[in-house]
Ligand binder design. Structure first.
Ligand SMILES: NC(=O)c1ccc[n+]([C@@H]2O[C@H](COP(=O)([O-])OP(=O)(O)OC[C@H]3O[C@@H](n4cnc5c(N)ncnc54)[C@H](OP(=O)(O)O)[C@@H]3O)[C@@H](O)[C@H]2O)c1
Length: 357
């Protein structure tokens, strides 16, 4: 097996931060030597997430070392070689995901130590495993860490994180109110509403209708106890309008800024309703968790519970378009850039996933 594991890998690399179309290229690089304590890995599939793009642009707080950074943070890899000293706990074809950001998943092969990896249990499908560590974990943490009982409202409810929030609310017995942008046609909007309802969404409101009095009336009847947690992926006026629907002393957690607009909340929401504003970033949560045994246990517990929900069919990955990446062929770079362009399109409705299989 060692003889067949390549010494070089192909990867999407960047030497400086900037526009992805300008700074990324498909390059070859030398893999670390395989030793008795390392695993040789082959990529199965890797998503293109909004934060991957921000990282390449240099506007994301976690910055890999450049020059020579390999892009991509999340993905599923398969063990192709097991170092001699690891033979009792690892085998060929075990599936793993990177434990931390900056692993560089947009590549064909990698060499890593077991402590950099998390083994995925059998029965968890490839796509769910490949998208577990960012979106599914973030949705889980926000529902567990800020207010773990009351009704939840969220914007960008059709996003990867949003769909996980809907399914986890259902699994945890919490009502969800879900804000989405209207599609180009009425039929397409209705189709999206049906799709989110089938995931377990209780109420769906089109973004432009949030401020309408009908929406307040609807919520008064559907959620008489009031909404205690708002999860904000968008910012701007969309976040402000969402905050106005909250119950007294509710918490609004910002985890994304898809509109790139800041938001100003009226003082009345603080004075008369005591609305609390918080933020969430999965990478920071993980960094803190790694510092203590309790934190490490909380991480393992979360992964185990998410895997159990996936295996029980209660949690699925967001719709994905799988793009086969022909690494051995000349157009491998063009295929990658076409996938990247697609991933950056608004209202695409699915996650772009690069697959080597
Ligand atoms: N803080 C954290 O730890 C953490 C973890 C995971 C993700 N995130 C962030 O969460 C966000 C979503 O990630 P994802 O992977 O779930 O994304 P995704 O699946 O690509 O979905 C993007 C979502 O954003 C919406 N959107 C885009 N531009 C918008 C605008 N101007 N106004 C309103 N909605 C807009 C899209 O709605 P349409 O379908 O209508 O275009 C879609 O619902 C990203 O910003 C990501 O970086 C943060």
């Amino acid at each position: 097996m060692i003889r067949r594991f390549p010494k070089q890998a192909k990867a999407i690399v960047f030497d400086e931060f900037g526009a992805p179309g300008k700074v990324l290229k498909l390059g070859k690089y030398e893999l670390n030597a395989l030793d008795d304590y390392s695993l040789g890995l082959k990529l199965v599939c890797a998503p293109i997430n909004p934060s991957d793009i921000n990282q390449i642009q240099g506007v994301y707080p976690i910055r890999p070392h450049v020059p020579g950074a390999i892009a991509g943070n999340e993905g599923l890899l398969k063990v192709a070689h097991v170092g001699k000293a690891l033979a009792s706990s690892w085998k060929v074809n075990d599936r793993v995901i990177p434990k931390n950001a900056c692993f560089g998943t947009w590549r064909d092969y990698a060499v890593a130590k077991p402590e950099q990896l998390l083994k995925i249990p059998e029965g968890v499908p490839d796509l769910e495993a490949a998208t577990l560590s960012v979106n599914l974990c973030s949705a889980y943490r926000m529902l567990k860490d800020f207010d773990c009982e009351g009704a939840v409202i969220q914007n960008a409810a059709n996003s990867g994180v949003g769909r996980a929030i809907i399914q986890l609310c259902k699994a945890f017995g919490r009502k969800s109110v879900n804000i989405v942008r209207a599609r180009e046609t009425k039929e397409a909007t209705e189709e999206l509403v049906c799709e989110l309802k089938s995931l377990g969404a209780d109420i769906i409101v089109v973004q432009d209708d949030v401020i309408k009095s009908d929406t307040r009336e609807l919520l008064k009847h559907a959620v008489p106890e009031g909404i205690t947690l708002a999860l904000n992926c968008v910012g701007g006026h969309v976040a402000v309008n969402m905050a106005r629907l909250l119950r007294d002393s509710a918490t609004l957690v910002t985890y994304g800024a898809m509109s790139r607009e800041p938001f100003n909340l009226p003082a009345s929401l603080f004075i008369f309703k005591d609305i609390r504003l918080r933020g969430f970033w999965m990478a920071r949560w993980k960094e803190e968790a790694d510092k203590t045994p309790d934190g490490a246990k909380a991480y393992d517990d979360m992964i185990n519970e998410l895997c159990r929900l996936i295996k029980d069919g209660k949690l699925n990955a967001a719709p994905c378009e799988i793009i086969t990446w022909p690494m051995e062929e000349e157009d491998a770079e063009n295929v990658f850039f076409a996938a990247l362009d697609k991933a950056q399109k608004a209202s695409l409705g699915k996650k772009i996933v690069l697959s080597l299989q």
